[in-house]
Design a protein around this ligand. Structure first.
Ligand SMILES: Nc1ncnc2c1ncn2[C@@H]1O[C@H](COP(=O)(O)OP(=O)(O)OP(=O)(O)O)[C@@H](O)[C@H]1O
Ligand SMILES: [Mg+2]
Length: 367
């Protein structure tokens, strides 16, 4: 049975670290969205000599179909182990991983092959065949499946165009840049009509400009091919740029998970604040001023919130820090804004507070 967490995001640990929900985590919009994967109480223990390492410890997750599902966590948290359970390189010590409802670790023969053809992996170090050309690398999964030579070339050529490698068909991996190699890795992963792309640190060997290009390519392929992408990363920038859902794993457990928009809206969410951090300011508001820490979840429709409030109440406002980020497909922003309430009646401060709460998300207030 699935339990539904309270609030927008799925959190099992409160900011104080107390356990809120010993529950199976569901994406908030799961009602309207089918899940590709559900992980039900997954644990994985490795034996290192006499020592036992609990890499995963009671993981419960649902991955919505069509999501760009970011997984973050410190080194050793269990992220790669989780992915290796999905592509059948490991089996769980306990629990069940379901793909569209089927227990993937029970699949055998043709069913197992069919599953593996729907779930492709791309790697940090690309894992290309050095003795094969770009075209041969991309066509390789089709050759394994016995697809005819003509059809292989046609499909591989189509993918080469889709990932922007025209003119490089005959090049060998050693003649390509890191970004071009990852494009080959991506094309090879999706050539056999994969539904799901698993990416373990797929951009961490690339510079930030190339990372952006590769993430944009993944986003485009997701839209064009209807993929679900699960991406492990250490980089908050990668999550901010691409993910629409985020899961934080620590010590083999899910600490927090949710859709980017829900996490942003949740004033207590650790992930939400990581997605849209506010710089620490060395100084507080001036005497008689009040400072608000505000989040605009859609800048397009909320950009005049503080100037409107200030005008309506005849107070001066000053933005002291802030910036706009494109998150989960919308422009969101976090601002610290000071308002001059010197000599104003308490009702003005009350009115200011209620306008700001109505029109934006108030994350904090300092007088
Ligand atoms: N085959 C294995 N044998 C023994 N221990 C393992 C094995 N694979 C992983 N572990 C251990 O399980 C834990 C989780 O490892 P995992 O590789 O999943 O972490 P990670 O979150 O991917 O870390 P990183 O960010 O550094 O890649 C670590 O303590 C690791 O040493
Ligand atoms: Mg790893």
């Amino acid at each position: 049975m699935f339990l539904r967490p309270q609030g927008g995001a799925n959190r099992i640990l409160g900011s104080s670290g107390t356990l809120l929900l010993p529950a199976i985590l569901l994406h908030p919009s799961l009602d309207s969205m089918e899940s590709v994967f559900t992980l039900e109480n997954i644990s994985k223990t490795f034996h290192r000599g006499r020592e036992m390492v609990a890499a995963l410890d009671g993981i419960c997750l649902a991955v919505p179909a069509g999501s760009f599902f970011g997984i973050v966590g410190t080194s050793g948290a269990g992220k790669s182990t989780l992915l290796r359970l999905l592509n059948l390189l490991e089996s769980p010590s306990r629990g069940v991983v379901r793909f569209h409802g089927h227990d993937i670790h029970q699949l055998r023969g043709a069913e197992r092959r069919s599953y593996l053809s729907q779930v492709a992996t791309i790697f940090q170090h690309f894992n290309l065949f050095h003795g094969k050309t770009v075209l041969e690398n991309i066509a390789f999964p089709l050759a394994v499946r016995g697809v005819s030579r003509t059809e292989r070339r046609r499909k591989a050529q189509e993918l080469i165009e889709l990932v922007g490698l025209q003119g490089k068909e005959g090049a060998y991996p050693s003649q390509l840049s890191g970004g071009q190699k990852q494009r080959v890795g991506i094309a090879r992963a999706v050539v056999a009509d994969a539904q799901v792309l698993l990416c373990d640190e797929a951009t961490s060997a690339l510079d930030s400009e190339t990372t952006t290009l590769i993430l944009d390519l993944l986003l485009r392929l997701k839209a064009q091919l209807g993929l679900t992408i699960i991406l492990i990363t250490h980089s908050w920038d990668v999550v901010r740029h691409a993910a629409d859902s985020v899961t934080l794993i620590q010590h083999g457990r899910v600490v927090e998970a949710g859709g980017v928009r829900e996490l942003l809206h949740d004033a207590d969410s650790y992930l939400g604040r990581q997605l849209l951090p506010a710089p620490d300011l060395s100084h507080g508001p001036a005497q008689g001023w009040v400072r608000y820490d505000l989040l605009l979840s859609d800048v397009r429709v909320q950009s005049t919130v503080f100037s409107d409030a200030a005008r309506r109440l005849d107070v001066t406002s000053a933005v002291v820090s802030g910036g706009v980020e494109r998150l989960g497909g919308v422009d969101a922003a976090r601002f610290k804004v000071d308002f001059d309430i010197r000599g104003k009646a308490p009702s003005v401060l009350e009115a200011l507070s209620s306008i700001l709460r109505e029109k934006s998300i108030v994350l904090g207030k300092a007088a």
